[in-house]
Design a protein around this ligand. Sequence first.
Ligand code: NDP
Length: 252
Amino acid sequence: AAARLYDKTVLITGASSGIGRATALEFADVTQGKIKLILTARRLERLNSFKSQLSSQYPDIKIHTEFLDVSKINTIREFFSHIPEEFKDIDVLVNNAGLALGKEQVGEMKQEDIDTVFNTNVMGNIEVVQNIVPFFKRKNSGDIVQLGSVAGREPYVGGSVYCASKFAIRAFNTSLRQELMNTKIRVIEVQPGAVDTEFSTVRFKGDKKQADATYVAEPLYAEDIADTIVYAVSRRQNVVIAESLIFPNNQA
Ligand code: NDP
């Protein structure tokens, strides 16, 4: 199945840490570097040191890194119009950039945090898809991998805005999948439970104690989700892993 990925171009948003980074690594590993990666996030220096690491491990790999803040919706079209020629023929989008902020109850939430979560997880995500779908339609192929969450299926106290954002994206994905039925474009939604990444640290704005307290005894690792993403993308064209809900074995 890995051979199906050879020489593909994969665009990953939020590739500077956690699931996005692990997914880039998994694509590189399974193809032994026979792949082109466009890695984006806000922390460009992290992307560049990751690029050096991957390039020394896999001499054949081609990597383009670029700053992209998906919450700045009006910069996304510009980003797409400046992708270098060699990387323009995108085959796979891993639309991964996302975050939660705070654990407040409704009425206590800061408006700017609500905006950040929605602008990143929903508006930015949709704008990235908007920019890629016409291109995928023209070539009648392409995979859109969307990072949903268990929070997009089961709301919980203290997660109202984040849950709403992931419910929104799940509805968007389902509708998009229906729209693209009878094309060779696939919409793949991966829905992790608790994954040990920087997600909790970001959520609690660096408060390590609160961040650690949110984890189940043994959470998933970013590699577990990366593994599922690469598995789904490397299925035969007639197969779409539409939704995968992935829990650690001690979360339900
Ligand atoms: P991390 O915090 O480790 O990674 C998040 C990534 O998103 C980083 O690379 C960050 O890069 C990027 N990002 C955040 N905001 C923006 C932005 N405005 N523009 C561009 N990139 C941005 O968390 P995860 O790897 O865990 O999260 C990845 C996805 O998985 C998210 O969509 C999250 O909702 C989802 N998820 C995570 C779960 C978990 O338990 N960890 C559970 C279920 C779903 P930078 O800061 O450099 O921009």
